[in-house]
Design a protein around this ligand. Structure first.
Ligand code: GDP
Length: 224
C-alpha cells in the first residue's frame, strides 16, 4: 500500500524533526494532453486555498516543494517542461539526463499516448541504463471510465507488463502478449505502475510519494 497517512513523524536523536534530503528533481514525461500540467498544478497546490505558501519556488514550469512521506520530509523539484510539439531532440535529451526520477504519463483514454510512453521508456533506458533511475508509469484520466482504451490486467492491476488494450469496436479485449507491439511493451516497462485521475485528485499524491520511496530505497541501498 502507498498510503502514508498512518505514518508517524520521524525525529532525530534530539527529538527534532528530521532534516529533508537535498531536492529530488522529478521530471514529468508523456504525450501532449495526458495531464502533465494538471499533475503539476496539484503538486503546486493550485487546487488548494490561495493562502498556501508552502511552495518554496514556483515558476511556470518548475515547482520546488517540501512534502512529507512516511514521516520524513523530502524536497521535490517538479519539472513540467516536456513539450513534444515544440522541443527539439537536444532539449528532450537534456530532460532525460538531468533528473533523479521520472513520472511517465499516458492517458487511459488514448492508446497512442500509451504507445508513446513505451517509446519514451525505451529512450530513458538508453540515457540512464545502469543508474536504476526511479520511473513510475502513470495511467492518468482513470475517471473517464467509458472512454478507456488501455486496460490493466484483472489478475494483477499493478503490473504494467499485463496491460491489455481494446483492439477495436465492439470492445473486444486482447491480451497485449498476443500482439507484436504488445510484446514490445511487455519488455519495455520495467517500472512501478499506478492509475490516477488528476481531475478527481485520485492517486496523484500517491505517485509523488511512490517516487520518493523509490529514491529512498536507492539511497539506503547505496549507504549499506
Ligand atoms: P499536458 O499536455 O500533458 O500538460 O495535459 P494537461 O494537463 O494540459 O491536460 C489536458 C486536458 O486533459 C485538460 O483539459 C485537462 O483538464 C484534462 N485532464 C487532465 N487530467 C485529467 C484527468 O485525470 N481526468 C480528466 N477527465 N481530464 C483530465
Amino acid at each position: 500500500s502507498w498510503s502514508s497517512s498512518d505514518s508517524v513523524i520521524s525525529t532525530d536523536f534530539a527529538g527534532e524533526p528530521a532534516e529533508p534530503e537535498s531536492p529530488y528533481r522529478v521530471v514529468l514525461l508523456g504525450a501532449s494532453g495526458v495531464g502533465k500540467t494538471a499533475f503539476a498544478s496539484i503538486f503546486a497546490g493550485a487546487a488548494d486555498s490561495m493562502d498556501s505558501d508552502d511552495c518554496e519556488l514556483c515558476v511556470e514550469e518548475l515547482c520546488e516543494k517540501e512534502i512529507e512521506v512516511d514521516g520524513e520530509p523530502a524536497i521535490i523539484t517538479l519539472v513540467d517542461m516536456w513539450d513534444e510539439q515544440t522541443d527539439n531532440e537536444w532539449t528532450q535529451e537534456q530532460y532525460m539526463q538531468t533528473a533523479d526520477a521520472y513520472l511517465l504519463l499516458y492517458s487511459i483514454t488514448d492508446r497512442a499516448s500509451f504507445l508513446r510512453a513505451s517509446e519514451l521508456r525505451i529512450t530513458l533506458r538508453r540515457f540512464c541504463p545502469a543508474r536504476h533511475t526511479p520511473i513510475i508509469l502513470v495511467g492518468n484520466k482513470c475517471d473517464l471510465v467509458r472512454r478507456r482504451e488501455v486496460l490493466t490486467s484483472g489478475k494483477d492491476p499493478h503490473t504494467p507488463v499485463c496491460l491489455f488494450l481494446f483492439e477495436a469496436q465492439p470492445f473486444r479485449c486482447v491480451s497485449l502478449c498476443d500482439l507484436a507491439e504488445g510484446c514490445a511493451c511487455a519488455a519495455v516497462f520495467d517500472c512501478k505502475f499506478i492509475e490516477t485521475s488528476a481531475a478527481m485528485q485520485h492517486n496523484v499524491w500517491e505517485s509523488f510519494y511512490g517516487i520518493v520511496r523509490q529514491l529512498r530505497l536507492r539511497r539506503d541501498s547505496r549507504e549499506e
